[in-house]
Ligand binder design. Structure first.
Ligand code: ASP
Length: 586
């Protein structure tokens, strides 16, 4: 090795030792007579001092610039009194350079590397990702990701799971996105699809008798990159035979509960994770991925205003809707502008309107203050536990629409009022999802999870007669307002699987062509099985306190699914296209 020690690990106990270090010049301060260099490697920084008594080393230090690669040999010594840097782990010592070798030079980096990078244009960061990754924050994230994945592997190995790889060149696996496809050179006009997940393969591994499988699986989904998504991402994909829902939740909850203190000991979590049904999550939080770090639950206050002659309220109640409300603590005296802003937000989230009611020392405030009878306002306060200083945000609409709008408002208030403790990871389970959702655009039922999810046994009879009422054996792991993972108990019988395909409107021919192998496999003693697939990127993002998953992926893509460093996707040479029997249309 070109070095005997790592920069960031040197401590006072090393004083007196001669060490050889190798790394990058992070900063250089020329004090005329003495040159200080912060030398950086993966382990962190150490201060190197070049003194003219070592003339060659001093001359090298004079020539060195940012991001030059240096090999430094010298003696570790305590820093003089008053020069200790408490912000640096190696801040009590420095290395007096006896020799400095310039291993390589560097052009001036196009982006600053000594900050956290948030202020630098992201496209430039991604173009020079190999430099961007040198910054401490990203190094930390990549290392945390490694530790997380290592922990997963060890944990699942201890619990009897086998890591089994599955192919990338396969056939469409529906997970609700478009497939990325790869043309076949050997079979004219045919294409592989890259896996949207290894779903079918892991189920076939259960048929094959492996009983407990996992994989750190790369998944490819061609979808518009709304929000924080990536066209390729990583899941901890797992599957178990002879397991019921609670067995699978227990494995994953155990994993997460042990992982957090092991890799991010400064974070807190609640154990055991709360379990709620989809219906309950929608009613209490207006979303199926609730942020459980704070309360502010949605309360039904229909009973308080059932006699009201207020137009919107009366209309909503008369047409079977409800009146729902959340309470923003301490916001009763918000200005008119702030309240108008909330109304706009609620409307943007689909509510017809939003009424506000604030309890102040000077009496009731807000748009409902004069519209409600005093006893109605009082009853609302009682139902939702509001007191002086609080502001009730009230929506009268169809229950689902009211909850959805208040759910969005709840998240906005979370951010404005800083209601979510930053060190808390609030995991929870959402269970009992509907099997299907109605697809307006296509005019048919679509799967809510994926087509291999089992309906609840007691709802099998409803499959053809009332698909909207069928509940599935699906479950989600949520954390801090994100869906971290979906999973389900699967169908393992051919007849049931065929009925589901039929409900989804797949023709017989299509089913045989796309899923014949699954249906056949189910006829050879397929065991009952189920599993799930926590998203590794999103989990590491939450562990690392990052605002988006790109910060925890070494080489992410842009919002238009491009790799700006490789300049991918790119055109193919005509020769290559000919080989693949492909002609690109104008
Ligand atoms: N394949 C599913 C997904 O990608 C996960 C699972 O059901 O295990 O969401």
């Amino acid at each position: 090795m070109l070095k005997t020690r790592n920069c960031g690990e040197l401590r006072l106990t090393d004083a007196g030792r001669t060490v050889t270090l190798a790394g990058w010049l992070a900063r250089r301060r020329d004090h005329g007579g003495l040159i200080f260099i912060d030398l950086r490697d993966r382990s962190g920084l150490v201060q190197v001092t070049a003194d003219p008594t070592f003339a060659d080393s001093y001359a090298a230090a004079e020539r060195a610039r940012s991001e030059y690669v240096l090999q430094v040999t010298g003696r570790v010594r305590p820093r003089p009194e008053g020069m200790v840097n408490p912000n640096l782990e190696s801040g009590e010592i420095e290395v007096l350079a006896e020799s400095i070798v310039l291993l390589n030079a560097s052009r001036t980096p196009p982006i600053p590397l000594d900050d956290d990078g948030y202020k630098t244009d992201e496209i430039t960061r991604l173009k020079y990702r190999y430099l961007d990754l040198r910054r401490e924050r990203l190094q930390r994230n990549v290392i945390l990701r490694h530790r997380t994945i290592k922990f997963m592997r060890d944990y699942l190995d201890r619990r009897g799971f086998l890591e089994i790889e599955t192919p990338m060149l396969i056939k469409s696996t529906p997970e609700g996105a478009r497939d990325y496809v790869v043309p076949s050179r050997l079979q004219h006009g045919k294409f592989y699809a890259l896996p949207q997940s290894p779903q079918q393969l892991k189920q076939l591994l259960m048929v094959a008798g492996f009983e407990k499988y996992f994989q750190i699986a790369r998944c490819m989904r061609d979808e518009d990159l709304r929000g924080d998504r990536q066209p390729e991402f990583t899941q901890l994909d797992l599957e178990m035979s002879f397991a019921g829902r609670d067995d699978i939740l227990e494995v994953v909850e155990g994993l997460v509960t042990e992982l957090v203190p092991a890799v991010v000991p400064h974070k807190r979590l609640f154990s055991p994770f709360p379990v709620m049904s989809y219906a309950e999550a929608m009613a209490r939080y207006g979303t199926d991925k609730p942020d459980l770090r704070f309360g502010m639950e949605i309360v039904d206050v229909s009973a308080a205003v059932k006699g009201s002659d207020l137009g919107l309220v009366a209309d909503a109640l008369a047409s079977g809707g409800s009146v729902k409300c959340i309470v923003a603590p301490g916001c009763a005296s918000w200005s008119r502008r702030e309240l108008d802003n909330l109304v706009e937000l609620a409307r943007a989230a689909g509510a017809k309107n939003l009424g506000t009611l604030g309890w102040t020392a000077g009496g009731l405030k807000g748009s409902l203050a004069r519209q409600l009878r005093p006893e109605e306002a009082q009853e609302i306060a009682r139902l939702c536990g509001a007191g002086e200083g609080d502001l009730a945000c009230v929506v009268a609409d169809k229950a689902a629409a009211a909850c959805r709008a208040l759910g969005a408002l709840r998240l906005e208030l979370r951010d404005r009022l800083r209601l979510a403790p930053p060190d808390l990871l609030a995991f929870g389970w959402v269970v009992d999802f509907p099997m299907f959702e109605w697809d307006e655009a296509e005019g048919r039922w679509n799967f809510m999870h994926h087509p291999f999810t089992s309906p609840k046994a007691e709802h099998l009879d409803l499959l053809e007669s009332d698909p909207g009422k069928v509940m599935s054996e699906a479950y989600d792991l949520v954390c801090n307002g994100y869906e971290l993972s979906s999973g389900s108990i699967r169908i393992h019988r051919r007849d049931v699987q065929e009925r589901i395909f039929k409900c989804l409107g797949y023709g017989e021919e299509e089913v045989r062509e796309r899923f014949g192998h699954m249906l056949d496999a189910f006829e050879y003693g397929a065991p009952p099985h189920g599993g799930m697939a926590p998203g590794v990127d999103r989990l590491v993002m939450l562990l690392a306190d990052e605002p988006n998953i790109r910060e925890v992926i070494a080489f992410p893509k842009t919002a238009s699914a491009a790799d700006v460093m490789f300049d991918a996707p790119s055109e193919l040479e005509p020769r290559h296209l000919r080989e693949l029997h492909i002609r690109v249309a104008e």
